[in-house]
Ligand binder design. Structure first.
Ligand SMILES: NC(=O)c1ccc[n+]([C@@H]2O[C@H](COP(=O)([O-])OP(=O)(O)OC[C@H]3O[C@@H](n4cnc5c(N)ncnc54)[C@H](OP(=O)(O)O)[C@@H]3O)[C@@H](O)[C@H]2O)c1
Length: 137
């Protein structure tokens, strides 16, 4: 099995997205620019699997030094992950993707940014426990 990870950034209340982009897109403060730099640094050389809207939100240069793969709801997660069994795979979202792939993820890297504004896409903390044992009462 591939080494399956997530790297994402959230606002103070779990904000993830707005109008197809990051809610804080274009903000010049250091916290935001450093987050983008860190994302590209950490995913460099690895596989990044994402839904079509998230892939569309990446700049062209992002494709040069990482393997970005658009995944669809018709793809079986096990088949997608089996294609990259000797690689580090980052599951890049969005939420419908994490709903399904969270149970395979062994490492979550979540940067909480100082953002308090609007969003239309939200982080679900249940994803963090999706790989666990649900039989406890
Ligand atoms: N803050 C962050 O770190 C972060 C990270 C990622 C995304 N975002 C934000 O999130 C928003 C985009 O997310 P989104 O969810 O709206 O769109 P998305 O990235 O296109 O992801 C959802 C799509 O993934 C596809 N998909 C692939 N495998 C699937 C599966 N097994 N089950 C269900 N769907 C699957 C589906 O496309 P089909 O129906 O066409 O198959 C689904 O519509 C943007 O605003 C983006 O900026 C933020």
């Amino acid at each position: 099995m591939a080494d399956i990870r997530v790297i994402c950034a959230i606002g103070r209340s779990g904000q993830l997205g707005l109008h197809g982009g990051m809610p804080w897109e274009g903000r010049p403060e250091r916290a935001y620019t450093e987050d983008v730099e860190r994302f590209f640094e950490i995913t460099r050389g690895h596989v990044l699997i994402c839904g079509p809207k998230t892939v569309a939100s990446f700049p062209d240069f992002a494709h040069a030094d990482r393997t970005i793969v658009t995944i669809r709801s018709s793809d079986r997660p096990q088949d997608v992950l089996a294609r990259f069994s000797d690689r580090v795979v980052y599951v890049g979202g969005g939420p419908a993707v994490w709903d399904v792939y969270a149970k395979f993820v062994r490492h979550w890297d979540i940067n909480t940014l100082p953002y308090d504004g609007a969003a239309d896409t939200w982080f679900d903390p249940a994803w963090l426990l999706a790989g666990g044992d649900h039989s406890r009462s």
